[in-house]
Design a protein around this ligand. Structure first.
Ligand SMILES: [Ca+2]
Length: 568
């Protein structure tokens, strides 16, 4: 068992994080605030005009493809209406869970996975997601992607099973939604009017992959912080750990002090002193100059040379063949964003990215798998070139013309303080689609929103309370394209942030007055974007010129007066 000997009693007490070990705590819809604006929606999607046409018991059968269905009528509860729960396994090991409410809104809603997936369908997190969809009248759909983390934790499922890597990469979602459409058609004696995807992280990646590989599967895709380049993220995990090992005195408390110094220097550089760094690229924070340095005893209030070097390395990210290409925004040092991705006090690993990165390099990254692989032998110059196969399986490509043509819509968002996944993946992918289709055509079906102070998928210190589903449904069914995405932070009944962010590449600029009134912000255009080099959707090492473009994007800057491009 990986890390079993290192699992401490203290870790077992950290219930919300414990599931990360098996991926469970990561699995769900994109954001727990999905559907919260349903009552205000211009599309009344919670109305349930359709009724079950057959008994749930009749769904206990074997499909023409040989999949054995196990169906059970579940009585109404406080969190979910009466529904027919259908479970089973699509070969080889794709577990699915399809729930058909007796009173139906005519729509399918499939939610995504987290990390290496393999979640238990009966976990509390799964029940929460399932109930959230059923309560709004959706037929809910999910898969474990072809393995169970309780039996095969992290990436171990991949050992000698290329078929299971493919199932995890894209096949499981396609097969499951295809089956769900057939079962719903039978159960209600009518086809689903719409199918939606809702996921973040791995779940965001799954949504983007569906748009790329199976454009007919979903009408609308909500993709929070999609892991568009797994290998780069895992390499960042290793690179981070090298930096952290070189400065073991960098504690959560110290990261907190970095954040304080960062805010002091950069908060106002986006035009508003509001506790948020809304333009990370404009933040010229320099740990060597902007942090108090230790001259005597080392404590939480001062920083050593080794700590400064470590902070710089964390910011730069992995360096491949001498190039920085995967920068990490400043602003992830706050405890609400750094834990558990940078620091995991009491965890079974120094942090989650290291835990994931080690398993990935053993079981998934290379065609020659090695359970005894020592990640410290990873060669950042040559090993990325050995990851072509896994990149081709896990990474969606920005060729979304077919999805656009079938009138599919993508609403994507990222937390600018996401310590796990780098926003540069999102801006680069978006640019890739723009290169293929042009800016106007891209905006016609794909909109992305960047949320300051928001951590990985949800949480953080910024306006993380987001309902992406309601505007997505309004876009798909009502033709109302989301120019802005509402995002709030309400704590203990008090509104700290009330914002509405503009669709990338527009920037959200304060126009004066109360900052917590979305009407006091306006959307402004950036200058035309750099083009000419394609896009980086493979691993960093796969792309030479595109790496340079990433650097160009990192230098997009917003000024107090509006927006401009800074080539400095
Ligand atoms: Ca600010």
């Amino acid at each position: 068992m990986l890390f079993a000997s290192r699992v401490s009693a203290a870790w077992l007490c950290i219930a919300p994080l414990a599931g990360l070990y098996a991926g469970e705590a990561l699995a769900s819809r994109a954001n727990p605030y999905g559907f919260t604006n349903a009552a205000q929606s211009s599309v009344p999607y919670t109305a349930t005009p359709f009724m079950a046409a057959v008994d749930c018991a009749a769904m206990n059968k074997t499909t023409p493809a040989g999949v054995v269905l196990s169906a059970q009528l579940i009585a109404v509860t406080a969190t979910a209406p009466e529904h027919c729960r259908i479970r089973g396994t699509i070969p080889a090991e794709i577990g699915f869970d399809i729930n058909l409410p007796t009173k139906w809104n005519g729509r399918l809603w499939m939610y995504g996975n987290g990390g290496f997936a393999g979640e238990d369908a009966d976990s509390a997190k799964e029940a929460e997601s399932r109930g959230a969809g059923l309560a709004k009248g959706f037929a809910t759909v999910r898969t474990d992607t072809g393995h169970l983390a309780s039996k095969e934790p992290l990436a171990t499922f991949a050992l000698n099973r290329l078929d299971k890597i493919v199932d995890h990469g894209y096949r499981a979602v396609h097969e499951t939604i295809t089956l769900a459409k057939a079962l719903a058609g039978e159960y209600y004696s009518r086809s689903a009017s719409y199918a939606y995807w809702d996921g973040c992280s791995t779940g965001g990646r799954q949504g983007m992959m569906s748009a790329y590989r199976y454009p007919q599967d979903f009408d609308g895709i909500l993709a929070g912080a999609p892991t568009l380049r797994w290998s780069d993220v895992m390499m960042k995990g290793l690179s981070n750990q090298i930096a952290l090992d070189a400065a073991p005195t960098l504690t959560v408390a110290k990261f907190g002090n970095v954040f304080k110094a960062l805010l002091a220097k950069c908060d106002a550089k986006d035009g508003v002193k509001d506790g948020l760094i809304s333009d990370p690229a404009a933040c010229d924070f320099d740990p060597a100059k902007d942090l108090p340095r230790c001259t005597g005893a080392v404590n939480d209030d001062c920083f050593t040379d080794a700590e400064v070097a470590s902070l710089n390395r964390l910011h730069k990210g992995p360096i491949v063949k001498g190039k920085e290409y995967f920068p990490q925004n400043w602003g992830v040092e706050h405890a609400t964003t750094s834990i558990p991705w940078l620091a995991w006090p009491g965890g079974p690993s120094p942090n989650v990215l290291t835990l994931f990165g080690e398993s990935y390099m053993k079981y998934m990254a290379f065609e020659a798998q090695d359970p005894n692989y020592d990640w410290k032998t990873f060669n950042f110059d040559t090993d990325p070139d050995r990851m072509g196969r896994i990149n081709s399986i896990l990474n969606p490509q920005p060729d979304l013309a077919a999805f656009k043509d079938r009138k599919g819509k993508i609403l994507s968002y990222w937390g600018l303080a996401d310590a796990a996944l780098n926003v540069v993946m999102g801006t680069d992918f978006y640019q890739g689609v723009t290169t293929e289709l042009g800016a106007q055509q891209t905006q016609s079906f794909y909109r992305m929103f960047l949320l300051p102070g928001v951590a990985h998928c949800s949480g953080g210190y910024g306006p993380s309370q987001v309902d992406g589903m309601t505007p997505l449904i309004e876009w798909v069914e009502g033709g109302k394209a989301p120019d802005r995405l509402a995002a709030k932070l309400v704590e203990n009944g008090a509104t700290k942030y009330d914002r509405a962010y503009c669709a990338y590449p527009k920037v959200t600029v304060h126009a004066g007055g109360d900052t917590e009134n979305p009407a006091n912000w306006r959307c402004e255009e950036l200058d035309p974007q750099p083009t000419g080099g394609g896009c980086t959707t493979g691993n960093g090492a796969d792309a030479g010129l595109p790496l340079l473009l990433l650097g160009a994007f990192a230098r997009w800057r917003i000024t107090r007066r509006g927006a401009k491009r800074d080539r400095a």
